[in-house]
Design a protein around this ligand. Structure first.
Ligand code: ADP
Ligand code: MG
Length: 536
């Protein structure tokens, strides 16, 4: 039997370390806080330096206002901030920071050195903190600005340290972070180096387009269209893929609320909704800035402020969808006339009794409809059905448990990609466990799908191919799963299976294209036939 142990209050420094570990989860989180501080201090140039993916050194230097000797001593204390004075100020917050927690949290889990100066004609300050305790304060010569060096991150929180991934993975997350702020602040120069090598060098730019060009190159930027909508109360500006330029995978999807990089699923869905059928299952690029009165945003819902709540989500959704639709010149989805619309209407088996489905070469399903007949690519159709079920979460049944779980050995890249999306895979019906090392056991697959060892292997290999510079998005993962889980060409289907497939297909939002944008359905009308046979 387990021995009962007395309840104890934890020592203050243990509490602080645990709390700090919740906000500061990895090097990218440190970089985020330090870059925000630099921008809050009005920096024109921000430099980020990493060693070993930030595990051994993260250094952020800026040319902002700097801090006085008294300020810097206070800055590393909990709840020390120069940015708000009272709760009321939260309603008009325009700085990134306001909790006064970041430096204290970083200090609690690393060795921290801050070098700062407010006036180059006078001595600056160097402050050394070790595990939350100030060890040394002295004068130094330094130009205006601040350099924060974070060494031995999580040295006193070994569990957290052991959760860090490879150096290159941590570096990529830092790169994503720096890139996000660089997009939000085109006028600020940014530099990122890793182990002494430059990773990103961005001179101050005049406009957002120029900055995007420097980061993503001509190919991406030329496919973007500018958008400007709304008024002083609520506005949406930025760039997004021209409707004809939407590709299978995106290069960038970035969202900013009052210049703060955020994630907000509702806005992303609204953008997709704005494109409507023009997306054809693809993923648009977008860099969108929402500006609104700070009082309408609750930035305090998440300790790292990566999620922001908008006072009226419904209004925001409609505003964004409409702005995108109008900005791109896309017709409203309700307006009849689209081919997909006609198809959905058209699919009424001519005569229930004779609703025959016929399979051609075990690959195409032929079905009679009111005005003629349709030929459906069975693989593409199933892909579309699974894809929509995955992204819209309208999966009808729980995942299918595998009687014999499939065990696969992943290489380093695959494992990294897998670790990143394991949760997402699980929500999409692929539940996995890490067995040991890089061996992954797949325990379930999406209901009604066809996935064996080969498909699972291909899925992991392709996940690793997806541009990992950015978090793999829902749609990208869903598209891969759909492709692997769908019935293949050449597979025989029973009449009931064909009927079910077509019913599910035409219940889809976008039945006409597969998630890769290829057509799913060909429709031949009676008029077509009459013309071919020279009857008209
Ligand atoms: P917050 O940003 O929420 O105020 P932080 O712990 O990040 O809390 O920083 C505490 C304070 O230290 C800030 O309010 C600011 O006054 C000062 N500070 C931090 N970093 C810098 C910097 N790079 N330049 C100037 N002042 C800074
Ligand atoms: Mg801060």
């Amino acid at each position: 039997m387990t021995e009962r142990r007395p309840v104890r209050l934890l020592a203050a420094d243990t509490v602080q370390r645990i709390a700090a570990g919740e906000v500061i989860v990895r090097p990218a989180a440190v970089v985020k806080e330090l870059v925000e501080n630099a921008l809050d201090a009005g920096a024109n140039c921000v430099k980020v330096e990493l060693r070993e993916g930030g595990k051994n050194l993260i250094r952020v230097s800026d040319d902002g206002t700097g801090m006085s000797r008294d300020d810097v001593r206070l800055a590393v204390c909990h709840h020390a901030t120069s940015k708000i004075e009272s709760v009321d100020d939260l309603r008009r917050i325009t700085s990134f920071g306001f909790r006064g927690e970041a430096l204290a949290s970083i200090a609690a889990v690393s060795s921290l050195v801050i070098e700062t100066n407010t006036d180059p004609d006078r001595p600056g300050t160097r402050l050394e903190v070790e595990g939350g305790e100030v060890r040394d304060v002295r004068e130094i010569a330094r130009c205006r600005g601040t350099t924060v060096s974070v060494r031995a991150l999580f040295h006193n929180l070994p569990v957290r340290r052991s959760f860090l991934k490879s150096d290159s993975y941590e570096m990529r997350l830092v790169l994503e972070t720096v890139r996000a702020y660089a997009i939000a602040f085109p006028g600020v120069a940014f530099e990122l180096t890793a182990n002494g090598r430059p990773v990103l060098t961005l001179a101050a730019a005049e406009a957002i387009r120029e900055r995007l060009l420097a980061i993503f190159g001509k190919r991406v930027v030329e496919s973007l269209q500018e958008l400007r909508a709304g008024d002083a109360d609520l506005s949406l500006t930025g760039c997004l893929s021209a409707p004809t330029q939407v590709k299978g995978f995106y290069d960038i999807q970035a969202l900013f609320f009052n210049r703060r990089p955020v994630r907000n699923g509702a806005v992303v869905r609204a953008v997709y909704q704005g494109y409507g059928p023009m997306l054809a299952g693809g993923s648009p690029n977008f860099v969108l800035f929402l500006e609104t009165d700070p009082a309408r945003l609750d930035v305090n819902v998440h300790p790292t402020k990566q999620e922001v709540r908008f006072a009226d989500e419904r209004l925001l959704f409609d505003f964004v969808a409409e702005a995108v639709r109008t900005g791109l010149g896309i017709a409203r989805p309700e307006e009849p006339g689209g081919v997909a619309f006609e198809m959905m209407r058209g699919f009424e088996p001519a005569d229930a009794a004779a609703s025959g489905f016929w399979q051609l070469h075990n690959s195409y399903v032929l079905a009679q409809v009111a005005s003629g007949y349709v030929i459906v690519d069975q693989h593409a159709a199933h892909e579309r059905v699974i894809f929509e079920e995955l992204v819209e979460g309208k999966r009808s049944s729980p995942p299918q448990g595998l009687l014999f779980p499939i065990t696969v050995e992943l290489n380093a890249d695959e494992f990294e990609a897998y670790s990143r999306v394991a949760d997402r895979l699980a929500t999409m019906g692929i539940e996995t466990k890490v067995f040991s090392g890089r061996t992954v056991v797949v325990e379930t697959i999406p209901a009604g799908s066809f996935m064996g060892r080969d498909e699972i292997r291909e899925l992991f290999a392709e996940l690793a191919q997806v541009d990992s510079g950015q978090a793999v998005v829902e749609a990208g993962v869903a598209r891969l799963i759909a492709c692997k889980a769908a019935v293949k060409a050449g597979q025989r289907l029973a009449p009931a299976e064909m009927e079910s497939l077509l019913n599910r297909l035409f219940a889809c939002r976008e039945p006409y294209f597969c998630p890769h944008g290829r057509p799913v359905v060909l429709k031949i009308t009676l008029e077509d036939l009459e013309r071919k046979f020279g009857r008209t």
